[in-house]
Design a protein. Structure first.
Length: 366
């Protein structure tokens, strides 16, 4: 399993939450209503409500907002009522997608979800058509940098609390539990002082599907973007993974098996590195062939062309083979190019004779 992917995906999702807190708080508010109506307003006697409160705090929802939500849901005159609806379907090339929603209008939500699939050339299926491809697990992600406990002690703490599995990844730890044991394991870790990045019941794909053609990539991203824009959608699970092309994650979408935003950033960094290497190689080639290079890393960011003249200047007559020379056909075109290039601010000429190197700096007046 790609723990680095899950970790980076969650971190990116939480960063995007800053711009989409309205939707996140709306979703959590609905979950509070459902939890209170199902088990009462006292979190000490309502495990589901404790889990929702923990989720709210993980998303930086203010305590007074949480308390108001609980009181409102517990009020006798509370008219808020939401239902959970789950939709299953297929994206391009058979990508399995599960959409979880909380809604007060199933007709509206069903229409919006169907529209998202249709616009991305996908299709809604029947209940159970893809869910068998996923395992429902409690999933807890812990940031290594924030966790002071070592891996062995953390693993034993989690397993003693009822966890099924423990994975150490590059930047994080992953704890897997049975769905019903998530709350107990989460509480045990919190009691031990372990800071949790995320704790949720997740749909983890058993296998993944890779998309490579541009149209399929655009289609799957279209579906995910439209679902993310729908306030009724709480979670989207799928088995799409791609190690070559990455897209930005959306606030409430868990990109199981691949973190596309992180990979896009990695690709951009790799591209910048490659461009830098190519630029350096080009400069080295210029230096080897003609002793010329562009200098633009000075404090004032002036663009200065370097022209080196070594030994004799060879023109109409060839110099002896043992002589160090600089050819006219290298110098003259370079001077003409510098004169024509309005972005060049100056010319640095290095004259290297038998025993002395002369430096001549010529600012160009435009």
């Amino acid at each position: 399993m790609s723990g680095h992917s899950k970790f980076a995906n969650i971190k990116h999702k939480k960063e995007k939450n800053d711009a989409k807190k309205g939707k996140i708080f709306t979703i959590i508010g609905r979950e509070i209503v459902m939890a209170v109506k199902a088990g009462g307003p006292d979190p000490n006697n309502n495990g589901k409500l404790r889990d929702v409160i923990a989720k709210a705090k993980a998303n930086n929802m203010p305590n007074d907002t949480i308390e108001r939500g609980i009181k409102k849901a517990a009020g006798a005159d509370s008219a808020d009522s939401y239902e959970k609806a789950v939709y299953e379907g297929y994206g391009p090339n058979g990508v399995a997608i599960i959409v979880e929603t909380l809604t007060d209008n199933k007709n509206r939500t069903a229409s919006n979800v169907r529209n998202a699939f249709t616009k991305g050339n996908g299709s809604i299926g029947t209940q159970g058509c893809v869910s068998y491809m996923f395992d429902q697990k409690g999933q807890i992600i812990i940031d290594k940098e924030e966790c002071e406990m070592d891996a062995d002690e953390l693993m034993m703490t989690a397993l003693d609390a009822g966890a099924e599995d423990f994975n150490e990844e590059e930047d994080s730890y992953e704890v897997l539990t049975a769905p019903d044991d998530l709350g107990a394991v989460r509480e045990a870790l919190e009691a031990a002082g372990v800071p949790l990045l995320e704790a949720q019941v997740a749909m983890i794909p058993q296998t993944t599907v890779e998309l490579t053609d541009e149209k399929s990539l655009k289609d799957i991203q279209r579906i995910l973007d439209l679902l993310d824009d729908d306030d009724d959608v709480t979670d989207v699970w799928h088995n799409w993974t791609n190690n070559l092309i990455r897209f930005a994650d959306t606030t409430s979408i868990r990109l199981c098996g691949g973190i596309f935003m992180q990979q896009r950033e990695d690709n951009e960094a790799e591209s910048e590195k490659k461009e830098s290497v190519e630029k350096e190689e080009q400069q080295n080639k210029q230096i080897r062939d003609m002793g010329q290079v562009i200098l633009n890393e000075n404090s004032n960011k002036y663009k200065v062309e370097l022209l080196t003249i070594i030994g004799e200047v060879e023109g109409h007559e060839s110099a002896p083979s043992h002589s160090k020379t600089t050819k006219y056909e290298h110098v003259l075109p370079k001077l003409a190019m510098i004169e024509d290039d309005k972005s060049v601010d100056g010319l640095l000429v290095l004259l290297n004779t038998v025993a002395v190197t002369w430096k001549l700096v010529l600012p160009l007046q435009r």
